[in-house]
Design a protein around this ligand. Structure first.
Ligand SMILES: Nc1ncnc2c1ncn2[C@@H]1O[C@H](COP(=O)(O)OP(=O)(O)OP(=O)(O)O)[C@@H](O)[C@H]1O
Ligand code: SF4
Ligand SMILES: [Mg+2]
Length: 337
């Protein structure tokens, strides 16, 4: 099968007054038609940077290298004029806050209709029917099309944004933390809607989140990111049988991943400064299993089984690490003398 999206060795750097922040460093992944990929990782690891690269909305001056192919189009260094042709019709974005996605002075219905009109010539009746269908799909009543964004609750706005992202029937929907700031029940409803859309319409999706449970419940494939790199990648085996200590740490830190009553761990320390990332394995300063080799040698991506890869020098010791990783003592930082 030809991938819908093929990302290879993608690196993205932001110029800052203190030097270049290497936000994304040599990342590869694919999304097949109809696939739902979840990209997880701590704040600042480069998730939104990837989303921005796919939509052509990186800030001016960002340095991009590697290849990104969407269908047959190369997205690296694509002109803004060509990105406009793809945005919404090929790839669309559900942003973190739908408040920013809508203009407060027009009704939601006007804005969705306008999005259709700006790209397609459709008879008004057909256009309106499409808008109503989409509203129904995300669980909103068509009477609310006459409302202004501020008359919607946060969850309703986010659902309207999902409807908006689908008006031009894109092949790929990128949702960047689509439920941040919403309460847990609403989060759950929105994630279920997205999964329904994925299943019923066979839409390809990229879900960006820091919530492991949401990814485990919804996605076919998982990419675990840390400090600009993918640490582990594959299907549900990534969480069922993690081979990278960072994934093990994340799993042991989430109650949903372990039904036994035990103390949850927390990974000590903080992600590194991407202006000056650590040498070797980027996780070595926080990894309880790190050796001297880890601090100097970048680990290769090792294929554990077809389609499941982990970037660690010691994937052959994963079984032992997994056992140790659920013990909070393993993750306690060494006491200062
Ligand atoms: N415009 C910018 N200029 C300079 N550095 C930036 C810029 N945007 C992001 N960065 C840096 O790039 C890194 C990755 O940022 P990014 O927004 O992609 O992270 P993220 O994984 O989406 O985080 P979060 O979970 O908090 O949304 C961070 O270190 C951030 O400080
Ligand atoms: S390469 Fe070393 S530091 Fe990195 S995750 Fe594996 S054991 Fe830990
Ligand atoms: Mg982000």
């Amino acid at each position: 099968m030809t991938a819908l999206l093929d990302v290879r060795n993608l690196s993205i750097g932001y110029r800052t007054s203190r030097g270049e922040a290497k936000a994304v460093d040599g990342i590869s992944f694919t999304i097949e038609p109809g696939e739902y990929l979840g990209l997880v990782g701590e704040s600042g690891c480069g998730k939104s940077t990837i989303a921005k690269a796919l939509l052509g909305i990186l800030p001016e001056g960002a340095r991009v290298s590697g290849t990104v192919k969407f269908k047959n189009t190369s997205l690296v260094n694509l002109s803004q004029a060509d990105f406009r042709k793809i945005r919404w019709t090929g790839i669309s974005l559900v942003p973190q806050s739908a408040m920013n996605g809508f203009d407060p002075v027009y009704t939601i219905g006007q804005q969705i209709r306008e999005a259709i009109e700006s790209h397609r010539q459709l008879p008004a009746a057909e256009r309106d029917r499409r808008v109503e269908e989409l509203f129904a799909l995300v669980g909103l009543s068509k009477v609310r099309l006459k409302d202004y964004p501020h008359q919607f609750s946060g969850g309703m706005r986010q659902r309207a944004m999902i409807a908006m992202s689908m008006v031009l029937d894109p092949a790929l929907i990128v949702a960047d933390e689509p439920t941040t700031g919403l309460d847990v029940i609403v989060q759950d409803q929105i994630m279920r809607r997205m999964k329904e859309i994925h299943e019923r319409l066979r839409k390809s999706m990229l879900l960006i989140t820091h919530d492991m449970a949401v990814v485990a419940e919804n996605c076919d494939k998982i990419a675990v990111m840390y400090a600009g790199r993918i640490m582990e990648y594959g299907d549900e085996r990534v969480f069922r049988e993690p081979h990278h200590p960072y994934t093990m740490g994340l799993c042991a830190a989430f109650p949903e991943f372990d039904d036994r009553r035990r103390e949850l761990i927390s990974i000590p320390g903080a992600p590194p400064d991407l202006l000056n990332p650590p040498t070797g394995c980027r996780f070595h300063q926080r990894c309880p299993f790190a050796t001297a080799q880890c601090a100097v040698e970048t680990p290769p991506e090792v294929e554990i089984s077809p389609g499941h890869v982990a970037a660690c020098h010691f994937v052959d010791r994963a079984g032992e690490f997994r056992k140790r990783s659920i013990n909070p003592e393993t993750w306690r930082p060494p006491q200062l003398a």
